[in-house]
Design a protein around this ligand. Structure first.
Ligand SMILES: Nc1ncnc2c1ncn2[C@@H]1O[C@H](COP(=O)(O)OP(=O)(O)O)[C@@H](O)[C@H]1O
Ligand SMILES: [Mg+2]
Length: 258
């Protein structure tokens, strides 16, 4: 079967720095996979390349059998590849509902559903219905994270890229967002690729991990394989902030991963 996403030999250089270095991997339709890596590993740059926010220097991205080279972000969204941002970027001066309605105007969905009704249904699905009329400026951080996901869902994606969906959240706020992501995967059949560096939540959520360091893919496998992989341990021990954040040693068995 043709993979839904197929990345081959992708490269991106910023001046002297190779941010994404010969990255290749594929995702099957229906998968939930994650990209793990220390800060600066090139994870967000990879998402920017996949979604047309940056042009690659070389390599290819095929989505749903089509080469995405040269396509601008809105066209890629319209092919069914949507993303969220590491830093939430709602449209200021608009309500929560209006923010989601913007996504509902994507050509791939707007002829099928009335934007307002569709936006309400999506807010319901992500647990934000009670905030529909609030201005985005008053939303607490956890709700902004949900809104970020709602705006991407509004475009009717087949593949959803989530850039650090737990960023800025406290321990008690993470579990409901994690449950939401799990539900989108299980009940909506969405293919999901997420970036996270909180090991515990991440490892419980994904079935496959692609580990990056210094722009390269250094390992790929099940969460249980990845936490034992010597190159992953090396990338995390010695220079790491991420591991201490969860208090977990990288070589430990992830709970729920066995
Ligand atoms: N627009 C840019 N211009 C120059 N350097 C960049 C730019 N975006 C990212 N970088 C650099 O590329 C490297 C990878 O960054 P990034 O992809 O954001 O890492 P991650 O998301 O894994 O933390 C970092 O060294 C970062 O400073
Ligand atoms: Mg990043």
């Amino acid at each position: 079967m043709t993979p839904l996403l197929e990345i081959q030999g992708l490269n991106k250089r910023f001046a002297g720095l190779v941010a994404v270095n010969d990255v290749s991997f594929s995702l099957a339709a229906g998968e939930i996979a994650g990209i793990l890596g220390p800060n600066g590993a090139g994870k967000t740059t990879l998402f920017n390349l996949l979604t047309g926010f940056l042009a690659s220097d070389s390599g290819s991205v095929r989505f749903d059998g089509r080469d995405l080279a040269g396509e601008p972000p809105h066209q890629i969204v319209n092919r069914g590849l949507a993303r969220t941002f590491q830093l939430c970027r709602p449209f200021a001066g608009m309500s929560v509902l209006e923010n989601v309605m913007v996504g509902c105007l994507a050509p791939r969905v707007r002829h099928r559903h009335a934007p307002r009704a569709r936006a309400r249904a999506i807010l319901e699905a992500v647990g934000l219905a009670h905030r529909a009329d609030a201005p985005v400026e008053v939303l607490p951080y956890g709700d902004l994270r949900r809104l970020e996901i709602a705006r991407a869902l509004a475009t009717g994606p087949r593949l959803l890229l989530l850039d650090e969906p737990f960023a800025g959240l406290g321990a008690t706020e993470i579990e409901p967002i994690s449950a939401l992501i799990r539900r989108l995967h299980a009940s909506e059949g969405l293919t999901i690729l997420l970036i996270e560096h909180r090991l515990r939540e991440f490892m419980q959520l994904v079935s496959r991990v692609i580990a990056m360091d210094f722009g390269r893919v250094i390992a790929s496998g099940t969460p249980a394989d990845i936490v034992r992989h010597p190159r992953v341990i090396e990338a995390y021990i010695g220079r790491d902030d991420e591991v201490s954040e969860t208090g977990e040693p990288p070589a430990g068995e992830p709970r729920g991963a066995a």
